[in-house]
Every structure is written in C-alpha cells, then in structure tokens.
Design a protein around this ligand. Structure first.
Ligand code: HEC
Length: 498
C-alpha cells in the first residue's frame, strides 16, 4: 500500500509537455474569499486530557513479564481490563493481541528499557485487532515489517515508544476510529514511520520522526490532526493522501499544524522498485487528492525540492485511477506558516513550471492539477507556482479545535466473519502483494492462478512458507494469525479482482 504515486518527476514532466496551458491561463482568484471556519467550529472536541477516551482501562489484573519470559504468553492469560507490564530485558517475538481493553506497558528502570528485538528476522513486533488497546514505553527495533500495527481496533493509544529500523512501517493503525499517537520517536523506516490508514478521528502529536522515507502519512482517513511533531531528515515529511484502489475512498478534514518540518532531504532508501522509492528527496508536505487539508503554523524549512506540494491523481502516472475516488485536492487551506529556504535545489520539472509562470526565486509551494475552493491566507508571503486558482482564506486559524478524538470511546468494532479476510488481506498481505504488479511478493493474480480453488493450500504455505523464487525474498510466516483469519485471508485473496 502506501504510495503508488510519487513519480512526481514524471508527473510534472507530463504537465510541462502538454497541460500547462490551463495552469498558465488559470483565473486569478486572489480577491475571492474562500471558506470560513464553520467546518472546524462544528467540532468542539473532547476537551481535557487527550487520553480520556482512548486506551485500555487498566481496571483488571496486572501481569508481569520479565527478561526470559514471553509477552505473548501473558497476553494469552490476560482478560479485558488487564495490564501487562514488561520489564527491562530483550524479547524476541511477535505479539498478537486479539482481545479488547489490554494495556501493554513497558517499565523503564534507571534508563533500561524493555527491548523487542526482531534481529532482522521477525516481521512484526506488536499486532493488535482488539479495541481499547494501549501500547507504551517499548523500544522496538530491527523488525522487517511493522513495529506496531493495528487492524480494526478503535480507541487506541500508542505512546512513548522508541522505534528503530522496523522495516516497512513503524506505527500503522488501520481501520481504527478514535486513536492517539503521541510522544513516540521513530527512525530508519523504509516506508512511512507513522502511517494512519483508513482511520477516523485521529490525533498524531508530539512525535519525532527522522531518517525515514516518509515521516507521517495520513491515508484514506478523515478528521485527523497532525500537530507539534518534529519531522526532520526524512525523504518526505508529512503526507496526506488518497491512495486509489483501497476499500475506503476518501481523505478529508486533516489539520497539519504547528509542526517543525525541517531538512527532509534524506536520500530515498525505499525498497528498490517499491512505490515510495520515487519520492523526491527534499519534500516537506505532500498532499495528494486529500480534501479539506489545512496547513497552519508549521515551521517548514530546509526542504530542498519543495516546502508544500499539492497534486491530484492525474499528474501521478503510477496511479491507476479509481472511479470511486475523487482525484483532486479540493478545499485546501494554507494559513500562516513560517517557511524559508525551501526549494533551493529542486527538480528540473519544478524549475520549468516556475519559468512558465515567470516566477523568480526558489519555489516553496506548488500546486499541480485542478483544486476547487482552495485558499491561501497570504500568497505574497511565499514563492508559489500553480496557485492562481486559490482564493484568499476567509478564516485564519483552527485553534478552536482541540482535537477530533471523541468525548466517549467509539463503539467497539467487531470484525464480521465476511470482513475478516478483507481486512487481513488489505492490512497485511497487500503490504507485499499487489493485484497485478510485482512488489515485495509476487502479484496476487499469479497466486490466484497457482491456487485456484485451494485456499487451504495458501493457508499451509503462509503458515510455514518455503523459499520458492530466486528473484523474491523469503515470505515471513503468518502463523501469529489465527487459523480462522489465515483461511479468511486466503479465501479473500483468491476472489479479489483488482
Ligand atoms: C512481508 C511481505 C509479505 C507479506 C506481508 C505477505 N507475503 Fe506472501 N509472499 C511474499 C514473498 C516475498 C513471496 C515469495 C516467496 C518466494 O517465492 O520464495 C510470497 C509468496 C506468497 C504466496 C505464493 C506461494 C507459492 O506457492 O508460490 C502466497 C500464496 C502468499 N504469499 C500469500 C500471502 C498471504 C495470504 C498473505 C497475508 C496473510 C501474505 N502472503 C503476506 C511476501 C509477503
């Protein structure tokens, strides 16, 4: 999953080749007032402590796990309401939490942390599918897939974890409503360090992400706030996306505010051939097809290609258009941000667009493609290209919105049997298998041809994979998933059609 798009270089090339006329002659909307704050003031927010409606209750038994013990064994004993305290030590395991209301809580003593160590062999550290889950105070390192991944769990709280080089994603909640990700430090991730996928009502605050390909990504999600994060030295800083082809088709109402988005120039080390490997190193904020994104109060500096880039799906040639998803970035609001020293060593395509608009200086903000009802508060403050259709914002701040977290916990989500396979497939398998392109694993189409009417054959393989192909890595075993989930995923994989 992630980003099928970022062939921006090619995208802009296309644009230069033909479509720029629209851009050049676009109406100048500067004197038009666009938008008011009603879409924000309608949401009065939870108020008080951000944590009041997320995480486990901690009302039950406390289980202690010490060096040499298994965390998973404690999870097996635990019941809803319980707390699992993990003492300093080194734990080599994948922990799967399929119960509701559980707290996994590291105990840090005199600077000694509990360390989950994947030794570059294990795929995932913590996977949860329960609701009301807390994961905190863990150091997680050297996994190949994810550090903390959630599937369909509502009311999650992920805080104060140190995540180092854990493969494709760092913190990756998927299909969750009402979740807080705070005070984590993540580095060395090959795709997105904090990856919010197909979620609602999310707050990402006070994290530090550096040395990743993508810092923070909000994808196919609604009502999210990304604030007060320190996002530095990634390839791309903060991404707000609609990725086509996923079961949930919208991203809207994302507030990106008061972050430090600095020096995101790290050479791209995405897995060769992977989709993120196309992000131009030096991108501060990137909005692709996300609607109602408000960018306010950020310090954006030292990003060599561009400070803020807004694009639609059409200008992203690697994207298979999704008829169910609106390809444009609409109702974007760029309020007051502090931007300097961006775009100083940009890609030739941006230079070409700049020349077409007769703009001087390094471009800080670029829009490519149609964008309706978008606005910028003070266009003369920045060097911009492609923003002629943007009006002047009729509001100046989102400060009235404390959070989009809910006042009360969201209803616990129970995964229906018929959804189980779909969730597991999109949540786990699709990270490596896409329908018809080679990713980390072979295309699903090829697997369908191999296994036809034999889901049990797939279950057997994924439980205990053997190396089959010279041009692919080994597939990690999926035996942490219950037999039922493995079968549901296999059945779904055989019937999925794109
Ligand atoms: C971390 C990446 C990754 C994940 C996650 C993943 N796979 Fe794979 N898968 C691979 C790779 C790599 C191969 C090719 C292995 C080989 O040929 O040696 C593969 C091969 C397969 C095959 C082909 C077996 C054969 O006989 O040729 C099947 C079936 C399969 N995966 C199913 C799944 C299912 C179902 C899931 C989700 C529950 C899944 N995979 C999750 C990487 C992954």
């Amino acid at each position: 999953m992630g980003m099928k798009i970022l062939m921006i270089t090619a995208a802009i090339g296309l644009l230069v080749a033909g479509a720029f006329a629209g851009l050049k002659f676009a109406a100048d909307n500067r004197d038009t007032m666009v938008g008011d704050s009603s879409r924000y003031s309608a949401v009065t927010a939870g108020g008080g402590a951000l944590t009041k409606s997320v995480g486990g209750s901690g009302t039950g038994t406390v289980h202690e796990v010490r060096n040499g013990d298994s965390i998973q064994a404690a999870v097996a004993l635990a019941q809803s309401g319980d707390v699992i305290r993990i003492f300093p030590g080194t734990y080599h395991e994948t922990v799967y939490v399929d119960k509701d209301d559980i707290i996994l809580s590291g105990v840090v003593i005199d600077g000694a942390w509990p360390v989950m160590e994947g030794e570059a062999k294990l795929n995932d550290a913590v996977l949860y599918s329960g609701n009301d889950i807390t994961v905190e105070n863990l150091q997680i390192q050297h996994y190949k897939g994810n550090a903390i991944m959630g599937q369909a769990g509502n009311n999650f709280l992920i805080r104060n974890n140190h995540i180092i080089d854990t493969g494709v994603y760092g913190i990756f909640p998927e299909f969750g409503t009402n979740g807080l990700i705070t005070h984590n430090v993540l580095s060395g991730i090959e795709d997105a360090a904090i990856y919010v996928g197909m979620c609602d009502n999310i707050h990402v605050t006070n994290n530090e992400v550096f040395g990743n390909v993508a810092g923070i990504e909000i994808e196919n999600s609604r009502h999210s706030i990304v604030e007060n994060n320190y996002v530095h030295d990634n390839t791309g800083g903060v991404l707000v996306f609609i990725t086509p082809g996923l079961p949930i088709k919208t991203t809207f109402d994302t507030i990106v505010r008061n972050n430090f988005i600095v020096n995101n120039n790290t050479p791209n080390f995405g897995i060769p051939g992977s989709t993120v490997s196309g992000i131009p190193a030096g991108t501060g904020i990137l909005n692709m097809a996300g609607d109602q994104t408000t960018i306010e109060g950020n310090v954006i500096t030292g990003n060599q290609v561009i400070g803020i880039l807004i694009t639609d799906h059409m200008n992203a040639p690697n994207v298979t258009l999704d008829s169910g998803a609106d390809p444009n970035s609409d109702e974007i609001a760029i309020l007051d941000n502090l931007m300097w020293n961006n775009g100083y060593s940009t890609i030739p395509e941006i230079t070409a667009l700049k020349t077409l608009e007769l703009v001087e200086g390094n471009v800080e903000i670029l829009n490519i493609g149609a964008s309706t009802n978008s606005c910028i508060l003070d266009p003369d403050k920045y060097v911009t290209v492609g923003l002629k259709s943007f009006g002047t914002c009729g509001f100046t701040t989102t400060a009235d919105v404390t959070t989009y977290l809910l006042d009360e916990p969201a209803e616990r989500r129970v995964i229906a049997a018929e959804d189980m396979g779909k969730r597991a497939y999109y949540g786990i398998c699709a990270g490596c298998h896409s329908y018809n392109v080679k990713m980390i694993g072979p295309p699903t189409q090829i697997i369908q041809a191999l296994y036809m009417d034999d889901p049990q054959g797939i279950v057997d393989y994924i439980t205990n994979p053997v190396k089959k192909r010279d041009d692919y890595p080994e597939m990690p075993p999926q035996n942490y998933l219950s037999e039922e989930v493995r079968m549901a995923a296999a059945e779904f994989m055989l019937q999925v059609s794109r």
